[in-house]
Design a protein around this ligand. Sequence first.
Ligand SMILES: Nc1ncnc2c1ncn2[C@@H]1O[C@H](COP(=O)(O)OP(=O)(O)OP(=O)(O)O)[C@@H](O)[C@H]1O
Length: 293
Amino acid sequence: MSAPAPGPRATGVPHTDRREAMATHQQARQPDTEDGAKLRVESARVTYRSRAGNVLAVDGIDLDVADGEFVAIVGPSGSGKSTFLMALDGLVPLSGGRIRVDGRPVDRPGPDRAVVFQDACLLPWRTVIDNVAYGLELAGAGRKERLRVAARLLALTGLGGFEGFYPDQLSGGMKQRVNIARALAADPQILLLDEPFSGLDAQTRESMQAELLKIWDARKKTAVFVTHQIDEAVYLADRVVAFSARPARVVSQWRVPFPRPRPLELKHSREHRDLEEEIWEVVRAQRAPDEVR
Ligand SMILES: Nc1ncnc2c1ncn2[C@@H]1O[C@H](COP(=O)(O)OP(=O)(O)OP(=O)(O)O)[C@@H](O)[C@H]1O
C-alpha cells in the first residue's frame, strides 16, 4: 500500500478523513485486498478499429476494486468511460492488458457481472415481473422460482404492486428500477452502471440514488458506476476515480470519507461540496485531443 497522502486544504472534516479524501493518482490508496481484488484491471487498452480510422479509447488503465466496494468513475465527455465499463463486462475486447474477476480473465459477458445502461431496455410486451424474470428464464430457472426471485427484487426496488404493469405504464424512474431489478435477478457479484439515472429528473434521480445505496448495501455487491455528475459520484461511492480526456487514463482518485448510511442531506454539507469541487477541478482540467489515432 502506498504512503498516505499529504494534508489537503481545509474542508471541515476531521484531519484523518481529509487526508483520506485527498489523494492524487500517485498517492491514492488501492483497496485493502491488495492480492485479493474482486476486480483487477491491469494496463487495459481498448482501440476501436474501423475504415475511417482507429480510435484509441482506453490507454493503460490499472484499477483494483475490492469485494463490496463502490467505485464511481468520472471524466470528460467522450473520454472512454462507457468503453471501459463495456470492457469490464467483456462487451468490447481489449487491445492490450487484462481484466480479471476473482483471478479469472474476462473476455465475454458472464453471470458474475451485470450492466445497467442509461436507457432501460425493457421488453414492452412483457409485464414488469416477467421483464425482471427474463434472465432467469434464459438461465433455465423454473417459473415458480423466477417469479419468487423477481417479486422479491421488485419489493426491494420499491415496485411491489406493479408486477402486472407493462413498461409503457411506468414512469422513467420506475422503468429504471425495473432495469436494476432485472440486472440483480441473476445475482451477479459485480454491478456495472453506466449513467443509469441521467435520463431522470433531479428529484427522481435523488430518490434513485438513495434506493441504489439501499440495494447495494442489502445485496453486498461490488459496483462500478459511471457518471457525469460529480455530486452523485461523491454521494454514492467509496472511491471516485477520475479519467483523463480520451484516451482514458486514471488521473486521480479520492477515497470518500463519509460514513454509511448516508442521508441525502449529506450532499448539502460543506465537506461534500468541498470534495465535489476538488474533483470537478481535476475533471475540468482534462482536455480532449480531437485527432483520430
Ligand atoms: N463503436 C465505436 N467505434 C468507434 N469509436 C467509438 C465507438 N464507441 C465509442 N467510440 C469512441 O471512443 C471514445 C470514447 O467513447 P465513450 O463512449 O467510451 O466515452 P464516454 O466517456 O463514455 O463519453 P460520454 O461521457 O459522452 O458518454 C469516443 O471518442 C468515441 O467516439
